[in-house]
Design a binder for this molecule. Structure first.
Ligand SMILES: [Zn+2]
Length: 459
């Protein structure tokens, strides 16, 4: 062996080894094999993220940390422990800025953080889901018998004359992992019939409906429930397909089925063509979003993230909407009793400081809103209240103005608590106008001029 190695000028190695940054071996990589990637993530979490705002750290997670693992996710089904590990790092970065000394501070549940922005999350990629979404692409190539060597190899080695998802698991750890996703794939795919060799007659969507659901009684008489469309089409004798005699109802269903099959354009010289429910090509992004498409959420999230405010203000507003801002009542709910009481410091009227009071019903705040002619229907739940106000006020920059106004209220409140600086509505107005002027450069030009014109009216 050494002699051979010398002859070819190479070294004798051993499995597993690292190739293009990934562990290569004949067995499934375990979490230790992926340590180099986890180390890279931790190195990237350098100490400076402590100095970033929440929105800055969010950006760092989405554009610097998550991409490190994407390549791995495209390639293999990663162990759960690996994802847990990366998530721990990402959580740490978002909520504590990689500061090991602070405990707690996970303001919002991680599952909610990982939702898309219009569904109330921060669009931090869900790695488990993304892993599946990326691997499904391989399955799409496989079912469509794309002309690449591994697809041919897998078909010829394991599935000649068989429907792959009706077979027992076969092949390498890699292929088994990918093939296990077939239920998910077939749930979002349909087959345009060619020779029918890749598709299950009873269980796949290759016609207007799934046969086992359309003909349930007949299905119960089927000899081979995993038969492919191709195989069924080749049978001439019904004895081979069904256990006879059929019941009356099953017989009626069979007549129906026969009529249906006669109208079918079956051409065994073409290949099956698998398309996705949303279009001809598989796209991991589409799949990823599709998973969330049925999730209910308030339309205000979309309005919020589309607004032209700075990311910092938007992050603050997101915390308010999620009811996760650290008001005094929130700190009490979290059992972090840093202050002596939970009372509002803006009005000194003995009211509890919660989001509703602090931003809407506090007499101090009402004075502020009135000074810029904004009003709120506080009988509505928060998200609806914001949507309604947006419609009622009919200002193109209403969202931006109201977010900045709330942000300046929050800053005034913090100044009172931490710097003992007394708030006044006129101080708020000065700060509000100043902040609006700063952020107005982010607006479209025509919008900016009407915004500034509107601002000038208040003094
Ligand atoms: Zn108050």
């Amino acid at each position: 062996m050494q002699h051979l190695a010398n002859t070819f000028g190479c070294q004798v190695g051993s499995l597993p080894f690292t190739y293009l940054g990934l562990p290569m071996g004949t067995t499934k990589p375990c979490i230790e094999d992926l340590t180099p990637i986890m180390d890279r993530v931790e190195r990237r979490l350098s100490a400076f993220s402590t100095w970033l705002s929440y929105s800055g750290r969010l950006q760092m997670i989405n554009s610097a940390i998550t991409p490190i693992v994407t390549y791995t996710l495209c390639t293999i089904k990663v162990p759960k422990g690996f994802i847990d590990n990366i998530d721990r790092a990402r959580k740490q970065c978002l909520w504590r800025g990689n500061d090991d000394t602070t405990r707690g501070g996970n303001l919002v549940a991680w599952a909610a953080v990982m939702r898309p922005k219009d569904k109330g999350g921060l669009n931090v990629i869900n790695l488990r889901l993304q892993n599946d979404a990326l691997l499904l692409k391989q399955l799409h190539k496989f079912y469509n018998k794309v002309d690449v060597p591994w697809v041919k190899l897998v078909w010829n080695k394991y599935y000649v004359g068989k429907v792959p998802h009706e077979c027992r698991e076969m092949g390498s750890f890699w292929w088994r992992d990918v093939m296990r996703l077939n239920t998910i794939y077939r749930g979002v795919a349909r087959c345009t019939l060619g020779d029918g060799s890749t598709v299950s007659f009873w269980d796949d969507l290759w016609s207007d409906s799934i046969m086992s659901a359309q003909y349930p009684r007949l299905h119960s008489y089927a000899r081979n429930k995993s038969i492919s469309v191709q195989e069924l089409m080749m049978h001439e004798d019904l004895d081979d397909i069904f256990v006879l005699p059929l019941s009356t109802q099953a017989y009626e269903e069979m007549m129906d089925l026969q009529n249906h099959l006669v109208t079918l354009e079956y051409d065994d010289s073409t290949a099956d063509f698998w398309t996705m429910l949303w279009g001809p090509q598989y796209s991991s992004r589409w799949f990823y979003n599709h998973v969330f498409s049925g999730m209910a959420s308030t339309p205000y999230f979309k309005v919020l993230w589309k607004s032209q405010c700075t990311p910092r203000v938007k992050f603050f507003a997101w915390l308010v909407l999620m009811d996760r801002l650290n008001t005094k009542t929130m700190l009490r709910r979290r059992h972090l009793n840093i202050q002596d009481d939970v009372l509002c410091v803006m009005c000194n009227q003995g009211a509890d400081e919660d989001i509703d009071h602090l931003f809407f019903t506090c007499p101090f705040v009402v004075q502020c809103w009135t000074s810029i002619n904004f009003s709120w229907d506080v009988s509505l739940p928060l998200a609806e209240r914001l949507m309604r106000a947006n419609e009622v006020h009919a200002l193109d920059f209403f969202v931006e103005a109201s977010l900045i106004a709330a942000w300046e209220l929050w800053k005034l409140r913090n100044d009172k608590i931490f710097q003992r600086r007394d708030p006044t509505p006129s101080l708020w107005l000065v700060n509000f106008k100043h902040q609006c002027n700063l952020q107005s450069v982010r607006l479209r030009e025509d919008l900016r001029s009407s915004f500034c014109f509107w601002l000038d009216a208040f003094s």
